[in-house]
Design a protein around this ligand. Structure first.
Ligand code: GLC
Length: 671
């Protein structure tokens, strides 16, 4: 059952698409306090309650014991103390004696104290008491999530090539750079479907342009790559470079489509291109205009994009920079500066230039004729940039799927694109964070997701690259991405690991019939791709505690190794399962393991895949790209149930068009 409670005058975020009448009074499940100074929802947490959700957020699968803030921020250092990330996914599920979903449909900063101040207490607070609260009760956590997914609308479905492997690096600049990456993958017999183009492909970081010197015939280059089975996937940033004569800038200014200061002038901030304006993607007309700009690239044959810097990230504004320099000027004239001044004004002042709350409170959107201050709707910005693109593709590429994912997001933008988990680091802790975030982003509707494999910042190591791939090969979005200046980390560079890396990448392609079917089921039936063990085994106290194993679709459980120098790990099986210990699609051993606790060996070049009783996994022959994949010649890996039967429901389609409903897409395979 879903109930909706309205407080004050909520901003229409369009997160929820189903019409739900508002209930009177307050929800029976907690206490609500509203006042001039804000909104507070509170309820007790019973000893055994787990709290799932919040999507892209720090810490474990069970969020209990910390405080999380939805206030989208460009901060690439995700240490355990961080409360904010790139996204606002304000949905939680309390699972224990009861199963309760709470969705706080609110577009600005909101704080979730989940047993942080008091272990037995949940408190959700925000500054203004203008929001919709959805309360969902159900028989199980799965049921609550399913109901939630039904009211927020169908999750975005990418083209099939997006389930292949993609190579990326901030630093590829020239056509020769991209050609080399493709050639080296092919020479090393590593499958490849996409190469991502980071900001250097552009002409001076101007959105929707291509550096004409480096790419004299861009369309020709795009089709040449496609002939080799590779899609080029360019980045698009939120900030539009301020430059007279650059049509996107000129047009945006002329039509009034950029966010404005209080005095009506166009707000300016610095991001990669230098001084930039920010398209007012909350204004439907400006959103349609910004979306139409993607045509410059779709006309060249581009079929996929990643949207970035859309919190929106702000390095500094002219106002803030001036104030900082003035305060430095003042300090520089002093004979001595005390430590407080050094740390507060110099260090703090410089760091505080970035993503400053004062800046977010200094510009406005035009929402259907109403002026809305940005900080009041801050969390909707990135998702509406995704929406701009998603809505435009429906016109630019009718009937065809377009790859799209974003860094920043809110619940609602899951209908238009996927997300990647932003800038992570080459650490083992971040591999675990990737594992733990996946089920939570998925229950918030973001199915097409993944993290930068190997890690984005810092230098990766060959063993981390391999272990991360052994998890990444199961994530819908599988991309190796790194920052400029870090160790080069294309898989072909790790000579000693190459045979194992290659086998793992080929295994991904072999498993695509299962992974793609699971994704399509999740999208079309509001079920999950990844979910915590506690969802299927709520009565099993050991299963409820598991924080590092995931159920994957109907028939599989994964238990990745995420610690350095480990040659195995502890695995808990809530039921008997068949273990496939896989070195390659043609080289694996199997073992039927009883329910219970096990220490399972898993050498560096092995991956553990557990099949649940009664289920089968269709396995194809590996291919060099998705277009080459033959999903008619399949082997079945299976774990028969007590009647000796094992089956799977498989989904196939052309991978390009959007006719998902046809019943012939489905067939049942029996082992
Ligand atoms: C941001 C993105 C990262 C990208 C970089 C340069 O940090 O998160 O993925 O490589 O900008 O565009």
């Amino acid at each position: 059952m879903i109930q909706k409670y309205l407080y004050g005058v909520p901003f229409d975020t369009e997160s929820v698409v189903a019409p739900i009448p508002a209930s009177q009074g307050d929800p029976p499940v907690g206490t609500v306090k509203t006042s001039e100074s804000g909104f507070c929802f509170a309820c007790p947490l019973a000893e055994g309650d787990r709290v799932y959700g919040l999507g892209e957020a720090n810490r474990g699968i069970n969020k209990r014991g910390f405080v999380y803030v939805s206030d989208n921020v460009d901060d690439g250092l995700h240490t355990e103390n961080k409360q904010r990330m790139y996204a606002a996914h304000n949905f939680i599920v309390i699972s224990g004696q009861q199963n309760l979903g709470l969705f706080f449909d609110y577009p600005a900063r909101i704080r979730f104290d989940i047993g942080f101040t008091r272990r037995d207490w949940l408190e959700v607070t925000c500054e203004r008491a203008d929001l919709a609260l959805y309360v969902i009760t159900g028989d199980s956590a799965c049921d609550v999530v399913k109901q939630f997914r039904a009211i927020i609308g169908r999750s975005y479905i990418p083209p099939k090539f997006a389930f292949g492997f993609g190579q990326s690096r901030y630093g590829y600049k020239t056509q020769a750079d991209f050609e080399e990456v493709v050639a080296k993958h092919r020479q090393a017999h590593i499958p490849l479907d996409m190469v991502y183009m980071d900001i250097d492909y552009m002409d001076h970081y101007k959105d929707f342009t291509v550096n004409p010197e480096e790419f004299p015939d861009f369309s020709g280059f795009v089709s040449k790559m496609k002939e080799q089975g590779v899609r080029l996937v360019p980045i698009v940033d939120a900030g539009v470079k301020e430059e007279a004569g650059y049509s996107v800038c000129d047009e945006g200014k002329e039509k009034g489509y950029f966010c404005k200061r209080a005095d009506g002038t166009d707000f300016e901030g610095t991001v990669w291109p230098g001084w930039s304006h920010f398209p007012d993607v909350l204004n439907p007309e400006a959103r349609a205009w910004f979306g139409s700009q993607y045509k410059a690239l779709t006309d060249c044959g581009i079929e996929g994009f990643w949207n970035d810097m859309n919190e929106p990230a702000l390095f500094y504004s002219p106002e803030r920079l001036k104030a900082f320099f003035e305060s430095m000027d003042e300090l520089s004239r002093k004979d001595n500066i005390v430590q407080d001044e050094f740390f507060g004004k110099v260090v703090g002042g410089a760091l505080g230039l970035m993503n400053a709350p004062e800046d977010y409170a200094s510009f406005y959107h035009n929402v259907n004729g109403q002026r809305v201050r940005h900080d009041r709707v801050h969390n909707l910005y990135g998702g509406n940039m995704t929406r701009a693109a998603g809505e435009a593709f429906a016109c630019l590429r009718p009937g065809r799927r377009t790859l799209l994912y974003s860094r920043s997001s809110f619940i609602g933008s899951h209908r238009y694109g996927g997300i990647w988990l932003g800038d992570n680091a080459s650490t083992w802790a971040q591999l675990l964070a990737n594992i733990q975030m996946m089920p939570n982003v998925q229950l918030c509707g973001f199915l097409y997701t993944g993290a930068d494999l190997c890690g984005f910042s810092y230098d990766t190591t060959p063993d981390l690259a391999l272990r991360w791939l052994e998890f990444g090969l199961f994530t819908p979005l599988m991309r190796n991405h790194a920052t400029d200046g870090s160790r080069m980390q294309e898989y072909y560079r790790f000579a000693d690991m190459l045979p194992a890396l290659r086998k793992m990448l080929r295994l991904r392609y072999a498993l695509l019939p299962y992974l793609y079917s699971t994704f399509m089921k999740a999208a079309l039936e509001n079920t999950s791709y990844f979910r915590p063990l506690g969802f299927d085994f709520p009565a099993d106290p050991d299963a409820r505690e598991v924080q590092d194993q995931l159920l994957l679709g109907e028939g599989v459980m994964v238990a990745p190794v995420y610690t350095q120098n480990a040659s195995g790990r502890h695995v808990y099986l809530p039921e008997a399962m068949k273990l496939y210990r896989i070195r390659s699609v043609d080289d694996y051993d199997t073992e039927l393991l009883p329910a219970g606790h096990h220490y399972v060996r898993c050498a560096l070049d092995e991956v553990l895949l557990f099949i649940r009783p009664g289920h089968a996994v269709p396995v194809a022959r590996p291919a060099s790209c998705t277009a080459q994949l033959d999903d008619t010649a399949l082997t079945l890996w299976a774990c028969p149930d007590e009647n000796g039967s094992a089956r799977c429901r498989m989904y196939t389609d052309d991978g390009e068009t959007s006719d998902f409903a046809a019943p012939e897409h489905w067939k049942t395979l029996e082992a």
